[in-house]
Design a binder for this molecule. Sequence first.
Ligand code: AMP
Length: 306
Amino acid sequence: MSILVVGSVAFDDIQTPFGKAERCLGGSATYFSVAASFFTDVDLVAVVGDDFSDRDMEIFRGRRINTGGLQRVSGAKTFFWSGEYGYDLNVAKTLDTRLNVFGEFRPQLNERQRKARVLFLANIHPELQMDVLHQTERPKLVALDTMNLWIATKRDALEKAFSEVDLVVINDAETRQFTGETNIVKGARKILDLGPHTIVIKRGEYGVLMITRNSAFAVPAYPLENVFDPTGAGDTFAGGFLGYLTSRQEHNDRELRRAIIFGSVLASFTVEKFSLDRLREITLDNIYERYRAFRALTHFEDFDAS
Ligand code: AMP
């Protein structure tokens, strides 16, 4: 089983209270692919400019990531994002977004990509997300992520996109922005009413809330002493979550809950260093070990009323 992803591959300038990094590797599809590839084969659809070097490509090598769908456009620049965080690391302030090569990007999926069983529409222009979805033979599971920029500038396209997917991954501030509800449970219901059967709300250091039409599941974030750079945590979460799910036969409640923990574990590594630096170092054993620590952290017994 493999997962198809479309999203950004980027260079980021990042400033946090703990330091800054310039022109480091980033992008929604980059974080997602690396995280998902710990569990499953990933087919990446994205575009870069000729400023994306062979060294930059190294992040994908030696992993279960097929980069056949990563186009390189000569004479053009890679997507660029610049963001800043204050002491509240849950809030990213965008300083600059340059779509560059993504302005003209119209991918043509090949036969294998059209037949994908699972599709992740990582954060990028919602019309591009839909263009990719409409070229497929409707995967068994289609999930979508987005951000405040698209909610503010492409609302109609985004609403249409929500109505065509099974699962939405979104953060709490975006849920409020899109629905106008301050209560995120009410906001989640409004998004479910558009069509998806599941919504996963990322709440930064407060963890994750998953809501379906008849169930809810919540976990905290893994408590870390050193959070360095939250960039990519959301995409990494989605990669761990959907990568694990793709590797399973069943997508039942039990597997969905495990997937939420794997997503949270992967995201907890990403924030420990800038860019993808921590993800580059870890192994599946590190992931399994933190999964078990997470289980111990959240485990409690039923009470005895007698
Ligand atoms: P997050 O997981 O939400 O922290 O995502 C961070 C990544 O999203 C960064 O590496 C950026 O390159 C990328 N990004 C930021 N803005 C956009 C956008 N408008 N479209 C696509 N990707 C973006």
